[in-house]
Design a protein around this ligand. Structure first.
Ligand code: FJE
Ligand code: FE
Length: 302
């Protein structure tokens, strides 16, 4: 029997839930609401992950012109649509099921605003970059919903945002090795997903409720973040009568010092001071910030 079989347990050391956090709504950006799990006070950093926000935003609220340096933002849409535009002229709209994997590298200034009148919901994950990648050229990897690899077996549907699951691979290149899987389990379905043993991994529940790690443990529902212990994979059971949807995310820890000032994430305070300087004087990657404002910003000011 294949050792990736997701039906019978094939794990030597299953991971269990080490810590559980409930993500409560808070204000961010300009009138937007996020449920922040990673990145809040009690959970500053889960190497290599800096932030996980479940966002919900309706015009005119949004995330107008702001910078990033030193990490990647991964925006995965759940509902509605989000328009982004940056100071290089890169612009587009991502819709439910679409993905934008943005490597900010040395610098991006952009705006992220809901498209049209409905609510835009999704997840935004910030993945840290290693010191050797912090100052690379910015890059986008964008996938429409129809181009995201997915498969369906034994009551389990998986959409592979990054990494590999159930024999399916994502085309996304992750500079910091990362897995990002969106699972939906029908009632009675049982999942057994391998995870590289040295990686940090967590999951976030989007719909329904599930039993994670240990079969006899209690069910956990929406807006909960579960940090997993070390081990070679995760087992999940849907013992409810509704579908269970969650994302499972893992990454190789960088093991480097983190110096953060909001959307700037470097290794040392000196590098943060340099970044403030670069941003203020539009240098070292922020040149194009000098005369740029987003169309969204211009429109809102009339
Ligand atoms: C922000 C720096 C930021 N969570 N979820 C500071 F980068 C942001 C920011 C976001 C964001 C954007 C989207 Cl589309 C989704 C997000 C933070 O843009 F709000 C502050 N205060
Ligand atoms: Fe941003």
């Amino acid at each position: 029997m294949a050792d990736t079989d997701n039906y019978s347990s094939s794990l030597r050391k299953p991971r269990h839930v080490a810590r559980k956090f409930q993500a409560r709504p808070q204000r961010e950006g300009n009138g937007a609401v996020v449920r922040r799990s990673i990145g809040r006070f009690e959970l500053r950093y889960f190497d290599p992950f800096l932030v996980l926000d479940e966002f919900s935003v309706c015009a005119p609220a949004g995330f107008p012109d702001h910078p990033h340096r030193g990490f990647e933002t991964v925006t995965y849409m759940l509902e509605g649509a989000l328009t982004h535009e940056d100071f290089e002229g890169h612009k587009g709209t991502i819709k439910a099921g679409d993905l934008q994997w943005m490597t900010a590298g040395r610098g991006i200034v952009h705006s992220e605003m809901p498209a049209g009148q409905g609510v835009a919901k999704g997840l935004q994950l910030w993945v840290n970059l290693s010191s050797r990648n912090k100052m690379i050229e910015p890059k986008y990897q964008e996938l429409q919903s129809k181009d995201i690899a997915c498969t369906n077996k034994n009551g389990i549907e998986v959409r592979v945002i990054a990494g590999e699951s159930m024999g399916i691979n994502s085309p996304v290149y992750t500079r910091t090795p990362t897995m990002y899987l969106d699972f939906t389990l029908k009632p009675l379905a049982h999942l057994c997903q391998p995870i590289p043993p040295t990686w940090n991994a967590f999951l976030y529940v989007l719909e329904g409720e599930g039993v994670f790690g240990v079969e006899k443990s209690g069910s956990i529902g929406t807006h909960h973040l579960l940090l997993l212990s070390h081990g070679d994979g995760l087992e999940v059971w849907n013992k409810s009568v509704k579908p269970l949807r969650f994302v499972l995310i893992g990454g190789e820890p960088l093991g480097e010092p983190v110096a953060q000032l909001g959307p700037f994430v470097m290794n040392t305070e000196e590098e943060i001071d340099q970044t403030i300087n670069d941003f203020q004087y539009c240098e070292n990657g922020f040149e194009k910030a000098k005369f740029w404002r987003s169309e969204a910003m211009i429109a809102s000011e009339g």
